[in-house]
Write a protein that binds this ligand. Structure first.
Ligand SMILES: [Zn+2]
Length: 142
């Protein structure tokens, strides 16, 4: 039987005969990682999916208006940690984006941080997704 290395945990596994192109092992956290990447890619590449997800989340928030307020009240450690993490994310942003600290996924950025060092991660096609990433430097040509 052919052995492969899981894209998430890096351990070897035998692909199931039903899924000959399997890239992730059967562990729950690796399957969750696979699903998260699939959703992220789908949101970026399928406008209908992105719109449907946004509408579903919006209507859920409308039907549960107090959910997040109550969650934050009953999970102060989560709230404190999230606040700290958001400060760190804001600090990493470029000055151009720093003006509006929390991005709205529906809004287009006013200015792109086009100069700098970036991590480029393959998300499609599926055969490349999660397997390749590069550090790239974007600078002005002389
Ligand atoms: Zn795995």
């Amino acid at each position: 039987m052919e052995k492969r290395w899981c894209n998430a945990c890096g351990e070897s596994f035998e692909p199931r005969p039903q899924t000959p192109r399997q890239l992730y092992c059967a562990k729950a956290e690796c399957q969750q990682s696979r699903k998260r990447l699939w959703q992220k890619t789908k949101r970026k590449t399928d406008d209908d999916y992105h719109e449907n997800q946004a509408q579903a989340q919006s209507s859920w928030r409308r039907d549960h208006p107090d959910y997040w307020r109550r969650y934050r009240e009953s999970h102060p450690e989560y709230t404190a940690a999230n606040r700290q993490q958001q400060k760190q994310r804001n600090a990493r942003r470029s000055p151009a984006l720093h003006a509006s600290p929390i991005a709205n996924s529906d809004a287009s950025p006013q200015a792109l941080p086009v100069l700098g060092i970036f991590k480029l991660i393959a998300i499609a096609p599926a055969t490349l997704a999660g397997q390749h990433e590069w550090i790239v430097k974007i600078s002005l040509a002389p």
